[in-house]
Design a protein. Structure first.
Length: 170
């Protein structure tokens, strides 16, 4: 009976897939994603919600998964770095990071890409790419390649959108 009190069954949708895990209710969402669901793309940097390495999108909001207890994720929809890929491979942000030198050691990269993808989908939440990524820290670079990657992804997404609009209206 004591064991049942220490665990809770959590149901969530991760990257479009229904998942159910039985974990301690205060286990961090970061650890649930990595250890229980097997999605190791989300990284731990600081464990204090300060660096952004563990960023994911939960119910449409950018969150630090190291700060979310599993019990608060029950019934939510989560998108991790793995969930950003498309049927054709990498999404525009992932491609831009590869093409424009936005990656370094790889610890911050998944969180940077998730935050950038969130910004591109929600441009009104920040004045510019620099502000959008203010909650993400990189210890390897001066951010130039990262910001160039986000700007390139944003330009590519806008161009694709305009191209689709032109096809729709003709």
């Amino acid at each position: 009976m004591k064991e049942a009190l220490r665990t809770q069954t959590i149901a969530l949708t991760v990257n479009g897939r229904a998942c159910t895990v039985t974990v301690h209710p205060m286990k961090r969402l970061l650890d649930v994603l990595r250890d229980d669901i097997g999605l190791t793309g989300t990284k731990e940097g600081c464990g204090e919600g300060e660096c952004g390495a563990c960023s994911a999108i939960m119910d449409g909001q950018l969150v630090a998964t190291c700060m979310i207890p599993a019990c608060q994720a029950d019934g939510t929809t989560i998108v991790t770095i793995e969930g950003l890929t498309t049927e054709g491979g990498l999404n525009p942000v992932q491609k831009a990071f590869c093409e424009h030198g936005g990656t370094q050691c790889g610890i911050c990269t998944p969180g940077m890409i998730v935050a950038a993808a969130y910004y591109i989908e929600n441009p009104g939440e920040a004045e510019n790419a620099r502000e959008a990524l203010a909650g993400n820290q990189c210890r390897c670079t001066g951010y130039t390649g990262i910001l160039e990657s986000v700007k390139a992804a944003l330009a590519g997404v806008k161009a694709n959108s305009e191209e689709q609009d032109a096809r729709t209206s003709s």
